[in-house]
Design a protein around this ligand. Structure first.
Ligand code: ARG
Length: 263
């Protein structure tokens, strides 16, 4: 089956505000290089058999490229995000319209509950792992589980550089996952260890290169480059890795996974 992904071209991408510790307005992304890196990601995903859908980018919404935060899709249900920061709230209506126009049922959690989509909610087998504290609210998780009829497990994130779950946790199809343990508190680490067998620990250096922020397509894993230890561990388990330079997006606190949403 062809995996369908939603991406957003980086026409208006740039570091125009600072809402996470990676962002620094004096260290902006180079537009041409960002475009080339994004294009390479798109072509890699296509070459691996994905169907790519594009949502039109909008001026003044530079982070709209990070479609993982649009919401969470399960079947024909689209649970739209309620962004924590005003800087990104303008994206909500554009993403929602895109899904409604394509026949999805748009579900909205109460406005008072922050929820940042697949960036903070990842399926690992039947379980939905949800991250909270910096962006999504813990109270959004239970509702999310009810809406999607899945067990949602809330995990607290404790390092502000790993502010979304997809920056430090990445489920693998064999039931395992790769993760950066120090991004979680003791309880969260216990919960993950309890539910996920076969964890690959990512080192602090490689986690800081966004190694965990990978797009997993069966045996193929698309991830940021500069993570030789993780790549070797994945290859040892029979995965093929596709390593891409993501420097311009890391300046905004994102990489391969953040730039894609499974739909
Ligand atoms: N600058 C964006 C933000 O802070 C980056 C989002 C990265 N997305 C992700 N799924 N981790 O909101």
């Amino acid at each position: 089956m062809k995996r369908k992904l939603l991406l957003c071209p980086p026409d208006y991408y740039g570091i125009e505000y600072e809402i996470n510790p990676w962002m620094d307005r004096t260290h902006n992304a180079a537009p041409d290089l960002a475009r080339a890196q994004w294009q390479r990601l798109l072509e890699t995903l296509e070459s691996l058999g994905c169907e790519i859908n594009l949502v039109p980018p909008q001026p003044k919404l530079p982070d709209m490229v990070f479609t993982a935060n649009a919401g969470l899709v399960a079947g024909k249900k689209f649970v739209r995000s309620n962004f924590r920061y005003a800087e990104r709230r303008g994206e909500e209506a554009y993403f929602e319209r895109w899904f409604i126009e394509r026949g999805y049922e748009s579900v909205r959690l109460p406005e008072s509950l922050y929820f940042e989509g697949e960036g903070d909610a990842l399926f690992c087998g039947e379980i939905l792992f949800c991250g909270y504290r910096f962006r999504s609210d813990i109270r959004s998780h239970q509702l999310l589980g009810e809406v999607l009829e899945r067990l949602a497990i809330s995990i607290e994130l404790v390092q502000d550089r790993f502010y979304h779950l997809d920056t430090c946790f990445c489920p693998l199809p064999d039931g395992g996952a790769m993760w950066y343990p120090a991004a979680f508190d003791e309880y969260g680490q216990k919960a993950i260890r309890h539910h996920v067998t076969d964890l690959i620990d990512v080192s602090p250096e490689e986690a800081a290169h966004f190694a965990c922020n990978a797009v997993v397509l069966g045996p193929d894993i698309v991830l940021a480059d500069d993570s030789p230890k993780l790549s070797a561990a994945l290859k040892l388990r029979g995965y093929r890795t596709h390593e891409l330079s993501m420097t311009e997006f890391i300046k905004a606190g994102g990489a391969c996974k953040c730039l894609t949403l499974f739909i």
